[in-house]
Write a protein that binds this ligand. Sequence first.
Ligand SMILES: Cc1cc2nc3c(=O)[nH]c(=O)nc-3n(C[C@H](O)[C@H](O)[C@H](O)COP(=O)(O)OP(=O)(O)OC[C@H]3O[C@@H](n4cnc5c(N)ncnc54)[C@H](O)[C@@H]3O)c2cc1C
Length: 307
Amino acid sequence: MIVQENVSLAPFTTFRVGGDARYFVSASTEEELIQAIKLAQERKIEVFVLGGGSNLIVSDNGFDGLVVKMDVKQYRAEKTDIFTQAAVPFAQIVNLAAEKSLAGLEWAGGIPGTVGGAVRGNAGAFGGETKDIVKTVTSIDIKTAKKVTRKKEECGFGYRESIFKHNNEIITEVVFSLTTGNKEDIISKVRSNIQYRLERHPHDFPSAGSVFKNVPVENISSAKLRYFQESVKTDPFPVVPAAKIIAEAGLSGYRVGGAQVSPKHTNYIINCGNAVAGDILELIEHIKKVVKEKFDIELQVEQYVVK
Ligand SMILES: Cc1cc2nc3c(=O)[nH]c(=O)nc-3n(C[C@H](O)[C@H](O)[C@H](O)COP(=O)(O)OP(=O)(O)OC[C@H]3O[C@@H](n4cnc5c(N)ncnc54)[C@H](O)[C@@H]3O)c2cc1C
């Protein structure tokens, strides 16, 4: 196992910002992963597991601990189940499902990142969520280095939520359970979801997707809800899209340094080329403040801030 020091994390994130990891390990076996955890225990430093870096804001000060990136990327289909290691890009699982005529993952077409990141955040789109297809999740506890396999019901899944957001665990393997479908239909749905994203989301600049969670209607006063009545959508339950709230607050195109609220999709912050993490974090605080003042709504950040 090679332990690197002072490794820039910006190239590992889709935002392309952030400082260095004090230590960095690329673990290509489970033994190396456990070795890395033990090293962190010995040195009394924190461990952060990096997936595809597509839901992260790494602060400009970086991370004063050990960043682990797993490099174990095997996956296979058996009947209607897919067995995959957590570091596999989610897109490869979407492709495998389509190739094997397995339905249930079409909504995920175009979501970047790894399987581990998708399970941890219960990633979702177009009415689908990762939890819908999870059968079991295996993880390793960072404190004890012990391995546990949980059934879907034991994973505490909710809207962009799971037990893995709160426990200090590294997801290593996932089993997805799909159903037999029609190959052409599956491919066509995946393609149309990717096309939808290409047309409506800003792809010309680095970003980390949607910054804020959509807001459940019960969290908005009835007086303010009337602004948004037309925009309520039921995905995965009645919510007002954060993009709509930010646009109504007059923040489309608002800029702090090199970070901007995308005029194409107002729940995306884009790195116009020279942003630092501080610009993005300051812009987030500004959006939260203006939205609170205008609509008395507390926006919640979906992305993980590494500091
Ligand atoms: C253009 C774009 C579009 C997007 N669209 C969507 C969308 O439609 N829906 C959606 O839900 N998200 C979307 N996202 C956000 C992101 O792609 C997902 O949240 C993705 O699942 C994150 O996975 P990742 O591997 O990149 O995680 P990372 O960004 O690397 O990490 C995110 C968090 O997960 C943790 N993590 C990663 N791997 C593991 C593991 N093995 N074990 C434990 N914890 C782990 C990290 O420690 C971190 O806390 C989008 C992002 C972009 C850039």
